[in-house]
Design a protein around this ligand. Structure first.
Ligand code: 0RA
Length: 639
C-alpha cells in the first residue's frame, strides 16, 4: 500500500470534492432532509450495503452499535469491500465506494444491488454528511483502513494490521454525523432503528442483526429462521389462526417472490408489501398481484370443493380480506417506484410473477390442507354475508329516510323565512345549548336543530348505523334534500348549514361525524359552499359592565393587556355552549354582524372522513398516531 502522502492527497480529486459539496449543500436531495428521519437514514444506508452482501449469500451477521458520542458502527462478516485499485479511478476501490456518489453498488458485475437505500445514494453520501468516518476492511489476511473528514480522505487506504486467527472477513464502518448539517437536539432513537432492523431481519432470513446502544446499555438481536413466515407468526401472535402458515418462495427472470399467508378469526387485515427490503406503504404491483391471486385461488377452490353453490356469486376482493395476514416481499433488479419516497412499486412484470407463484402454490396448499381451505372459505362466506346484510340495511335506511324526510322533525325550531338563500340551519350539540340557541337566535332566518347527546356512539359506530339514528334522520328531513338516489339539491331549505359544537373532545367527535356524513352522503352541500362551522369563543374577559370575547389563548392575553391587569378582571373559560346565556351566544357566535364562520371545503371533509375511519376503525396504531400527532392541536380542548 502507498505510504502516507502529504496534504495534497486529494488535490487531484476535484470531481470528488464537488460531489461531496453537492451532498452537503443539499442533504434533502440525498437523505431526505436534516431531521431525525434523515439521521436514521444514514444508519439504514450503511446497513443496506451489508444487507446486499447478505443477499449475495456472503454475510450472515450485522452488528450496529450506537456509541456514547452518537457515532455509529456497522460491522458485517461479508467479503469486505475490495481494496485493490479500481481500474477506472486509479485508486483503491474502497476509496471509490466511500467518496464517489452512486459508486456504492457492486462492481464485480455478478450481482445486483437489491436492498433498500431509500434514496440509493450509497455510503459516500453518509460519509459526506459525517464530521468524521472510518472504514476497516478485513480481507486477504489484512485489515485495511481509511479515515475521512466530512467525506474527504485524510490519507490513502492503508494496511492497519494483520487479521488475527479465526477473525472473519468483513467491513466495519463508523461515522459521526455532522452537527453542522443536522438539526440541533436530535439523536438516534433506539426503538425506531430496532423497528426497521426487525423488519429487515424478517425479510432477509437467517441473517442476525444486532443493535447495541452504548448510551444506555440496551441491545436487541433479531434472527428469523423462517423469514416472513416468522413475520406472519409475529403479527398474529395475539390472534387465533385458522390454519398453518402458507409460505412460498419462487424466482423467475431474476425476480424473487416471497409470500406468506395466514387467515385468523380477526376482522381486520394486516398485509405488508416489501420491495428490495423496503416497506412499500402504498403497495403497488406486488400487492395487487397477491390480492388478485388470493381471491381467484379461493374462489376456484370454493367452487371445486362445492363450498360455493352455482347460484352463489364469486367472492369479491373485499370478502377475502377479513382476517387476512400476509406478507409479500419481492427482490427486483430494477425496481421502479412511483416517487422518491419509494412507497409504491410500479414494475408491471412483478404483478405477473407474484400472481403465478400464488395461483399455483396457494392452490396446491388448499388442496393439500382441506381443513385450511374449508376454514378460509367459511371466513370469506361470513364476511361476504355480513357485508351484504350491511349494504341491504343501509339501502333500506336510505329509502326510509327519503320517505321520512317529507315531514319536518318535531325538534326543529324552524325559521319563518322560506327563502333558502337567506335561511340558516344551526346544528347544535345537546339540548341545553339547543335551548340557548333557540332563545338567542333571530327566528326570522335562523333555524335550530339540536342533536341530543352523542349521536356518535364511540363504540365504532358504522356510518350505515348512524344513518338509521333518529337524530340523523331528523337532520336529513330538516335539510329537505332527501338522500341517496333521491338527493335533490333544489329541495335544500337553508343555504347556510352551520355546525355548532363544544370545544371539547365530544364536540370534535360529533363535528368529525357530521363532516363525514356530509362528505359521503351529501357532498353537493360542501361543493356548493353551504356548510360552515361556528366558532364559539373560548373565554370571556369581564371588567365592570364591559365584556370582551377571546377565541384563543393568545387573543385572551391581548384582551387582558388591553383592559389592563386588575383584580376586577374576571376571566371565564367556556367549556360548553350551554354555559353561555342566550344573549351571549347570539353576540359571540350567531350574530351575522359579529360572528366568525369557517366555510368547509371538500378537503376538510375528506380529512374528517379519514379521521373518522381512524377513530372508528378496527386498526389501533393509526388511532394512536392520530392522537399523538394531534396532541399539540388539542391543547385548547378539554380532554
Ligand atoms: C463490492 C464487491 C464485493 C463486496 C462488496 C462490494 C461489499 C460491500 C460492502 C459494504 C458493506 N459491506 C460490504 N461487504 C462487501 C465482492 C468482493 C469479493 O468478491 O471478494
Amino acid at each position: 500500500m502507498a505510504k502516507e502522502q502529504p496534504r495534497s492527497y486529494q488535490a487531484e480529486n476535484i470531481q470528488v470534492l464537488e460531489g461531496l459539496e453537492a451532498v452537503r449543500r443539499r442533504p434533502g436531495m440525498y437523505v431526505g432532509g436534516t431531521d431525525i428521519k434523515a439521521l436514521h437514514h444514514l444508519v439504514n444506508e450503511v446497513v443496506d450495503n451489508s444487507i446486499d452482501e447478505a443477499l449475495a449469500g456472503a454475510c450472515d451477521r450485522i452488528e450496529i452499535t450506537i456509541h456514547k458520542d452518537s457515532s455509529v458502527s456497522v460491522q458485517d462478516n461479508g467479503r469486505g469491500i475490495p481494496v485493490d485499485e479500481h481500474p477506472g479511478a486509479k485508486k483503491s476501490a474502497l476509496e471509490v465506494v466511500m467518496t464517489m456518489l452512486h459508486a456504492g453498488g457492486k462492481f464485480d458485475g455478478g450481482s445486483y444491488k437489491v436492498s433498500g437505500g431509500l434514496h440509493g445514494v450509497g455510503v459516500s453520501a453518509v460519509n459526506a454528511l459525517s464530521e468524521w468516518c472510518e472504514v476497516e476492511v478485513s480481507r486477504e489476511g489484512q485489515v485495511y483502513g481509511q479515515r475521512y473528514k466530512r467525506g474527504v480522505p485524510s490519507g490513502p487506504v492503508k494496511v492497519l494490521r494483520k487479521m488475527v486467527k479465526g477473525q472473519s472477513t468483513g467491513t466495519r464502518t463508523t461515522f459521526k454525523y455532522d452537527k453542522e448539517i443536522f438539526k440541533e437536539d436530535i439523536d438516534y432513537r433506539f426503538e425506531t432503528l430496532a423497528q426497521r432492523f426487525r423488519e429487515l431481519a424478517f425479510v432477509t432470513r437467517k441473517v442476525t442483526i444486532q443493535l447495541v446502544d452504548e448510551r444506555d446499555q440496551r441491545e436487541i438481536t433479531f434472527y428469523f429462521e423462517g423469514g416472513i413466515s416468522s413475520f406472519v407468526r409475529y403479527l398474529n401472535r395475539n390472534r387465533q389462526a385458522l390454519h398453518p402458515i402458507f409460505h412460498r418462495e419462487g424466482e423467475m427472470d431474476n425476480i424473487v417472490v416471497d409470500v406468506a399467508v395466514q387467515f385468523t378469526d380477526a376482522y381486520s387485515e394486516s398485509v405488508l408489501a416489501f420491495a428490495n427490503t423496503i416497506n412499500t406503504l402504498d403497495g403497488g404491483t406486488h400487492l395487487t398481484g397477491l390480492r388478485s391471486a388470493l381471491t381467484r385461488t379461493i374462489n376456484d377452490y370454493a367452487r371445486k370443493a362445492s363450498l360455493l353453490k352455482d347460484s352463489d356469486p364469486n367472492f369479491t376482493g373485499d370478502d377475502t380480506r377479513e382476517g387476512l395476514t400476509a406478507i409479500v416481499s419481492v427482490k427486483v433488479p430494477d425496481p421502479q417506484f412511483e416517487s422518491q419516497t419509494k412507497v409504491k412499486l410500479m414494475n408491471p412484470e412483478v404483478q405477473t410473477h407474484v400472481q403465478q407463484v400464488v395461483n399455483e402454490h396457494f392452490a396446491i396448499f388448499l388442496e393439500e390442507n382441506p381443513a385450511a381451505g374449508r376454514a378460509i372459505v367459511a371466513k370469506c362466506l361470513t364476511s361476504a354475508r355480513a357485508r351484504d346484510a350491511a349494504r341491504k340495511a343501509r339501502d333500506l335506511v336510505i329509502r326510509k329516510s327519503a320517505l321520512e324526510s317529507l315531514t319536518l322533525p318535531g325538534k326543529l325550531a324552524d325559521c319563518s323565512d322560506r327563502d333558502a338563500s337567506r335561511s340558516e340551519l344551526y346544528i347544535v350539540e345537546g339540548d341545553s345549548a339547543g335551548g340557548s340557541a333557540k332563545q338567542g337566535r333571530d327566528r326570522h332566518f335562523q333555524a335550530i336543530l339540536p342533536l341530543r347527546g352523542k349521536i356518535l356512539n364511540t363504540e365504532r359506530a358504522r356510518l350505515d348505523k348512524i344513518l338509521s339514528n333518529n337524530e340523523v334522520k331528523a337532520l336529513i328531513s330538516a335539510l329537505g334534500t332527501g338522500i341517496g338516489d333521491n338527493f335533490d339539491i333544489s329541495g335544500l331549505r337553508y343555504k347556510h348549514i352551520i355546525i355548532m359544537t363544544d370545544a371539547d373532545v365530544d364536540g370534535s367527535h360529533i363535528r368529525t361525524l357530521l363532516l363525514t356524513f356530509f362528505f359521503r352522503y351529501m357532498p353537493e352541500l360542501i361543493e356548493g359552499g353551504f356548510l360552515y362551522i361556528a366558532q364559539p369563543p373560548l373565554y370571556s374577559v369581564t371588567k365592570g359592565k364591559t365584556v370582551e370575547w377571546a377565541y384563543s389563548d393568545a387573543e385572551r392575553d391581548q384582551v387582558v393587556k388591553r383592559m389592563g391587569k386588575s383584580d376586577k378582571l374576571n376571566i371565564q373559560r367556556y367549556k360548553g355552549l350551554g354555559e353561555m346565556n342566550p344573549d351571549q351566544l347570539w353576540e359571540t357566535t350567531m350574530d351575522p354582524e359579529r360572528r366568525v364562520l369557517l366555510q368547509v371545503n371538500i378537503e376538510d371533509a375528506a380529512e374528517a372522513d379519514r379521521t373518522f375511519d381512524m377513530l372508528m376503525g378496527d386498526s389501533v396504531p393509526p388511532r394512536r398516531k392520530f392522537i399523538q400527532t394531534h396532541a399539540k392541536e388539542v391543547q385548547n380542548l378539554d380532554v
